[in-house]
Write a protein that binds this ligand. Structure first.
Ligand SMILES: [Fe+2]
Length: 207
């Protein structure tokens, strides 16, 4: 077994608890939004995945292994979508924290300055990626060949399948913000970047 497999729960996959209380991100993300997003949407992906893989050779594989084993395969798209959405959402919860935002830890700040000139330029690229992703998807800060980059992915797609190391993500599916912001995605994105983004989590993911 690899290190990744050892850290994963065996089938059935389970919904990880939120790393904070469901009202901890209020008012940027309300408790109502967080409860629906976690207990309905994220839970739904986990339940669908368990049904899809029960009794198949995919049962018992970690989310990461499921994602890499099914990416790009038309007949496995349902497994891919639910595994990737389960992984992406766990990563998203940890990309946020109460009283987030502010100045990144020194190790990350130095890398941001080498890749984007300064933290504000990185923040702007993240905001642009998040607001210009057409339809549902995700905006990411990633480590790619020793350099930091901002990328966006559609629907359930994840940078894991491109060999990049995700550092943090923002969910820009409408279910992430519609109850609080309706169609104003830019207001959600800017509030998250200013008040919730967890630079410490991104720093941990540098490895
Ligand atoms: Fe979501």
């Amino acid at each position: 077994m690899t290190g990744i497999a050892q850290t994963e729960t065996a089938t059935p996959h389970v919904l990880p608890p939120l790393p904070y209380a469901d009202d901890a991100l209020d008012p940027v993300i309300s408790a109502n939004t967080l409860r629906y997003h976690h207990a309905k949407h994220h839970q739904g992906y986990v339940e669908n995945l368990n049904k899809l893989i029960a009794g198949t050779p995919f049962a018992g594989l970690s989310l990461e292994k499921l994602i890499t084993a099914t990416t790009g395969q038309a007949d496995k798209v349902a497994i891919f979508n639910n595994a990737a959405q389960a992984w992406n959402h766990s990563f998203y919860w940890r990309s946020l924290r109460p009283k987030g935002g502010g100045v990144p830890p020194a190790a990350l700040k130095t890398m941001i300055e080498a890749s984007f000139d300064n933290v504000d330029a990185c923040r702007k690229e993240l905001a642009t990626a998040a607001t210009t992703q057409f339809g549902s998807g995700w905006a990411w800060l990633v480590l790619d060949a020793g350099k930091l980059k901002v990328v966006k992915t559609g629907n359930a797609e994840t940078p894991l399948t491109s060999g990049m190391t995700p550092l943090l993500t923002m969910d820009v599916w409408e279910h992430a913000y519609y109850l609080d912001y309706q169609n104003r995605r830019a207001d959600y994105v800017n509030a998250v970047l200013d008040k919730l983004v967890n630079w410490g989590f991104a720093t941990e993911n540098l490895g």
